[in-house]
Design a protein around this ligand. Structure first.
Ligand code: ADP
Length: 278
């Protein structure tokens, strides 16, 4: 059993290594970032990681940055959901794990990620913004062994806001876009500012097609938050000591957060768009 696990884990790691080294080779330049990174959007030197609790908005901001910077947004949660909804051999097992709010094994996640990177590589993708990976120290160590991550963005919100956001999350089953029906107004505690977030409502043609993620129930979200604190908080410490982390407390909803996040990343949206068309 141990040998089999060890073999499969070694296989998964080496296949991740292959996929990532090709992704890295395709980037023009890698620059280590300090706590206040400078980004050269023309260089596409982007190998970023987004960390943060369930519901914080990793997917929202990682996908906006991915569209702006022209690098793929790879969310391991999406890879898990795709596999789960397929009729593949792992489907049943993944469904059980996800619906208990637990983490999928490092081996399975690394295997799914390697396959996704290989697929991207065959389409000429370069760089990546990872969302939801790494989520355990072991995953972070494997990632460090196989490639250079130049920036880790750690998004933060108070826990009561995270719960409301998860419960308000809706997805259009047709176009796949994410919305949120929660109107959040939370009083700041311990000297922290109040937080308000307007709902992000769907357009009329999506309204009748909205679905809720099966793991966005109160009990499962509470368990996911507990698991995050146990397994993923140490990943924050791992990157904090490497001085690669940008800590970012969300000031509100998308209209308030997006410009502030770009500012924290030293990115000028117009400049990036112009350089992309030049
Ligand atoms: P969340 O909103 O909790 O951040 P995600 O969409 O990122 O949700 O992930 C959904 C589920 O997929 C997780 O609860 C977990 O079961 C699984 N998962 C995603 N990424 C990982 C990972 N890196 N390691 C282990 N399990 C993962």
């Amino acid at each position: 059993m141990t040998t089999r696990l060890f073999r499969s884990s070694t296989y998964a790691v080496s296949s991740l290594q292959r996929s990532l080294s090709t992704a890295a080779a395709a980037t023009t330049e890698l620059k280590p970032h300090s706590s206040h990174p400078r980004i050269d959007p023309k260089g596409k030197n982007i190998q970023w990681v987004f960390l943060g609790c369930p519901g914080v908005g990793k997917g929202t901001y990682a996908s906006r940055l991915s569209a702006l910077l022209g690098v793929p947004h790879i969310a391991t949660g999406d890879l898990v959901r795709e596999e789960l909804s397929s009729s593949g051999p792992l489907s049943k097992q993944l469904e059980e794990i996800v619906n208990q709010g637990k983490l999928v094994s490092d081996e399975i996640i690394i295997d799914l990620l390697s396959k996704r990177l290989e697929k991207g590589e065959s389409k000429g993708e370069s760089g990546f913004i990872l969302d939801g990976f790494p989520r355990t120290v072991r995953q972070a160590e494997i990632l460090t062994d196989v490639t250079d991550i130049d920036l880790v963005v750690n998004l933060k919100l108070p826990e009561n806001v995270l719960l409301e956001k998860c419960l308000g999350r809706r997805i259009c089953s047709q176009c796949g876009k994410n919305f949120n029906v929660a109107a959040i107004n939370v009083k700041g505690e311990n000297g922290n500012p109040d937080i308000s977030m307007a709902p992000l409502l769907p357009p009329p043609h999506c309204v009748s097609k909205l679905i809720t993620r099966s793991d966005d129930t109160e009990a499962i979200v509470q368990e996911r938050l507990r698991v995050y604190n146990e397994k993923s908080q140490p990943v924050e410490d791992f990157y904090r000591t490497q001085k690669k982390m940008l800590e970012f407390v969300l000031p509100g909803g998308i209209p308030e957060t997006w410009p502030k996040l770009l500012e924290a990343l030293n990115l000028d949206e117009n400049e990036v768009k112009q350089s992309a068309t030049a």
